[in-house]
Design a protein around this ligand. Sequence first.
Ligand SMILES: Cc1cc2nc3c(=O)[nH]c(=O)nc-3n(C[C@H](O)[C@H](O)[C@H](O)COP(=O)(O)OP(=O)(O)OC[C@H]3O[C@@H](n4cnc5c(N)ncnc54)[C@H](O)[C@@H]3O)c2cc1C
Length: 434
Amino acid sequence: MGERKEPQRLWEPEAEKRKTKRRRILVIGGGASGLVAAIAAARNGAKVTVLEKNTQVGKKLLATGNGKCNLTNRDQRLSHYHCGEPDFPGKAFEAFGYEETLAFFKELGIYPKDRNGYLYPYSQQAQAVADILRMEAEGQRVKLACNTEILGMEKRQGRFFVETPGWTYEGEALILACGSRASSFGSGDGYAYAGSFGHRICPVLPALVQLRGGKDWPRRLSGIRLDAVVSLYGDGRLLGRNTGEVQLTDYGLSGIPVFQVSGYASCALENGQRVEAQLAFLPEFSDSEKRDMLQSLVKHGGGKPLAACLAGLFPRKLIPVLLERAGMEKGLPARDMTKWQMEGLFKEISHFCVPVTGTSGFAQAQVCKGGVDVSQVEPGTMESRLVRRLYFAGELLDVDGDCGGYNLQWAWTSGYLAGQAAAGEVKPEGVETP
Ligand SMILES: Cc1cc2nc3c(=O)[nH]c(=O)nc-3n(C[C@H](O)[C@H](O)[C@H](O)COP(=O)(O)OP(=O)(O)OC[C@H]3O[C@@H](n4cnc5c(N)ncnc54)[C@H](O)[C@@H]3O)c2cc1C
């Protein structure tokens, strides 16, 4: 009898010892970066609790990439990332970049589907990404405390305390991964949390968002989609340019190329600049080719109304607006278009100016510019330079990417690095602020 019990007695104290040695890590926010941080920390032996204010973790992931989740992008040029310290994202990618991200997801059974360099899960279902990350976290025994309201947090005697209505959570490390103010999912709470630890917050502005403006024409053009080069100017200086399908709406401009330049518009408007978007239609053609096309209309259009002659090039609703802005009657016979009028029409086709009065704001934005100032954060670990064992991940940091999988890539990278580092060896605490 006594012999049968012996192995249990010997084993239990060992297990207990191992259990007590496991570092406790608290992650605030169970979104893209928080889930990956939790997984990385748990795989490295930590005991992890994710505190999520929503009813479930990964809820926002379901909305990404129109429900398909654009995980990352094959083109990882650093120009696709925007940050107060331009070198910061690159240093982080050196530690855990695109290749490591693909390997991480493949190991979980998420194989990429490459659509012109834009990478999605092979199933093209964002739900799969959210489910698999949640299951992996649960499999690693991460505690997912959803519906959790945070009342406060502080660091005392080398430990972090996070107060919620029913419990005070305690940990040796704290990872703030609660996202930005963008979209209906964004709380923006993370800025105040980071600020309470003495961190500087760079001005937070909406990005990847629609632009408002256009005076009288928007309602008449609403619903039109057409290819264009979008050039964004602030006080007459070119700030950004992108090409693709633009959507003309009843409030102004939308579509991927508009999103791509919208962050520049947000900053310029914030600085009180006069902001203008210029659309160059027929982007496949050079200026001289466009002029040749108009000359050909005069030559071959004869007595046909100019508006009818342009119907093969532009959506029907756009033509009267182009002609009006160029100072022409839509019934004007093509052959009667003067050289001066032709130049006016060319200008509208190549430099269609839209004064920008604002953006659609945080609720409509996909991401935010600004956030925790990265000069106070270690790029290889995401650890605070002010408070030891405090880490940041995801959009809360002053890093935002272009549309096309770059923001999730940043969430995976910063989340993994923060989780891995938080679970790592603890160096003796030195003097720190606050
Ligand atoms: C509609 C839409 C589509 C998008 N599509 C793409 C795409 O296809 N590809 C791409 O790269 N990027 C996309 N993005 C951007 C991308 O989703 C984000 O950049 C990314 O999710 C940021 O990850 P995060 O972990 O920092 O924040 P989030 O994913 O926002 O996670 C933050 C989490 O913290 C929780 N939280 C917030 N405050 C608190 C609090 N006080 N207490 C506890 N929990 C809290 C939130 O509920 C949330 O779960 C899209 C964004 C939107 C809005």
